[in-house]
Design a protein around this ligand. Structure first.
Ligand code: ADP
Length: 492
């Protein structure tokens, strides 16, 4: 099958979150299964043109009543010979730092124009290289326009047999902008309602994607149910209930070449489901040393790696006079490590807490190497998300034998199995209601188990490590192929 991924980010070229991992990993898995997959994305400032090949001639892209001139660079996805990645190069739109906005700051106000260049450019590119895909797979609001253009404009321009698939990675980001941008998108006003853009007289890109694509997917089965409810739908639950038959929840896989304690090159010591006790102890000591904590094996080490944003439940952990972190560190005799970046208040409070608590250490910023060491060297991993479309870190934690402490929501509910003290089943510790007390109590439960039921704790660790197979991308890729086939049937 010929599949074009239209995306704002893909590793290793540009990443702001799990979407970038998913697009590349899914593309590689489909490519390995013999499909002709290609990726198109912007050429941001940080992507080195010298490492790619420039396609001959300019690419004219319609933008409102103008045609702008862009260039296209092509490279190959590392580790997947024959999987092309095309970069739309337009200095005015993408020649800046940041994917959606100034790093650590607000979104770029001209995002509708920028992503219109990407989506319109994707179709122009297909014409230029004379390659018409059977599937256009768009991801989140920045590329929702691709499914709209496919439905309302491109059918008569050679894409009559191409079906659109739209994946929701996060319902909380919808791309809502003033109507004044609409003339830049490439679809006439007669489609403003039909394409689903209209949202209280503004443009809502995500809503347009939900209304236009043949098939919709999201990144876990539980999240697929949650977004159809008032609480989880962010205003889109009505549309999603209407389109219930066309919505599939497919759990993201994990790149088990990269996230595998047996061969992870970032780790001081590799380990398996049989050698994890020794292996994790060695990594824990290095982690403690790296973070400036006492090197002790008789204290449980709990960690978090997260964007510091409300979705991740940070208020319940860190908010002054409200969050439970101080109590966890002061009362439970643990060590606690955080790696993350995000909202300024939270970063400031983390620095403040660090000054008060000798057993709490944080690294503010993005650090790939440290994230691997944290997963390997911790005993438990806290992820109290308010909502979690899929979540990767709880899967990494399981694979590394670091038992997750999570709220039962979205992908967390689909991947972690609740510990049962009687039957000894389970792979982690879960709670339902997001309050500082629930977080504290569940952490305390994990700590109690670590201290008093070491055998049961170790049994869970070994079970978690062995669960790796079920997170492989080949399984998810097979499910996406089913969705693509359904999309094509609907289009026929
Ligand atoms: P989201 O996409 O909502 O941020 P996910 O758990 O799906 O959450 O994916 C987050 C990805 O980003 C994971 O690969 C995680 O390890 C990584 N990550 C997040 N923050 C950091 C950080 N500060 N340093 C290193 N990796 C990080």
């Amino acid at each position: 099958m010929k599949i074009l991924m239209v995306t704002a980010e893909a590793v290793p070229f540009a990443k702001s979150g799990g979407l970038a991992d998913m697009v590349s990993a899914l593309s590689i898995a489909l490519h390995k299964a013999g499909h002709d997959v290609r990726i198109v994305m912007p050429r941001y400032y940080a992507i080195d043109r010298a490492k790619a090949k420039k396609l001959e001639g300019p690419l004219g892209v319609p933008l409102g009543n103008q045609e702008i001139w862009t260039a296209v660079y092509e490279t190959v996805m590392p580790g997947a010979e024959g999987l092309p990645v095309y970069f739309i190069d337009h200095e005015e739109s993408f020649g800046r730092d940041g994917i959606y906005g100034v790093p650590g700051g607000s979104d770029f106000p001209d995002n509708p124009a920028r992503f219109s260049v990407l989506c319109n450019g994707a179709f122009q590119l297909c014409h230029k290289i004379d390659w018409i895909p059977e599937i256009i797979h768009a991801h989140d609001w920045p590329t929702a326009l691709a499914t709209v253009l496919l439905k309302f404009r491109e059918e008569s321009r050679g894409f009559a047999k191409t079906a659109g698939v739209f994946t929701i990675h996060n319902m909380g980001y919808q791309g809502v902008y003033p109507k004044s941008f609409y003339p830049l998108l490439g679809v006439g006003w007669e489609h403003f309602l039909a394409a689903g853009f209209e949202d209280w007289n503004r443009i809502n890109f995500l809503k347009a994607g939900l209304s236009s694509a043949q098939m919709l997917t999201t990144v876990s089965p539980t999240y697929a149910q949650e977004i159809c409810t008032f609480e989880g739908g962010f205003g889109m639950d009505g549309i999603l209930r209407d389109r219930g038959e066309d919505l599939a929840g497919i759990l993201n896989g994990v790149d088990i070449e990269v996230w595998n304690p047996e061969k992870d090159t970032y780790l001081p010591k590799n380990y398996t489901s049989r050698t994890f006790k020794v292996g994790k102890a060695a990594n824990k000591a290095v982690l403690q040393h790296t973070m400036g904590l006492d090197i002790r094996d008789d204290v449980p080490l709990i960690s978090m790696i997260t964007r510091l944003v409300d979705q991740k439940g940070i208020a319940e952990v860190f908010a002054p006079a409200y969050g439970c972190l101080y109590q966890i560190c002061a009362d439970l005799g643990v060590q606690f490590v955080v790696l993350g970046s995000g909202e300024a208040w939270c970063e400031a409070e983390i620095r403040n807490l660090e000054g008060k608590l000798p057993n709490f250490r944080a690294m503010l910023g993005y650090n790939e190497t440290l994230s691997h060491l944290i997963e390997a060297g911790s005993d438990m991993f806290l992820m109290p998300s308010r909502y979690e479309p899929c979540g990767l870190n709880q899967m990494y934690s399981l694979i590394y034998g670091t038992l997750p402490i999570v709220r039962r929501t979205g992908g967390l509910a689909d991947t972690v199995k609740q510990y049962n003290e009687e039957t000894r089943e389970g792979t982690g510790f879960m709670f339902d209601f997001l309050t500082p007390k629930s977080v504290f109590d569940t952490v305390a439960w994990g700590v109690y188990t670590w201290r008093n039921s070491r055998l049961k704790f170790a049994t869970m660790q070994s079970r978690a490590i062995k669960a790796r197979q079920q997170f492989g991308w080949d399984i998810a890729a097979g499910k996406y192929l089913d969705v693509y086939r359904k999309a094509l049937e609907k289009k026929a």
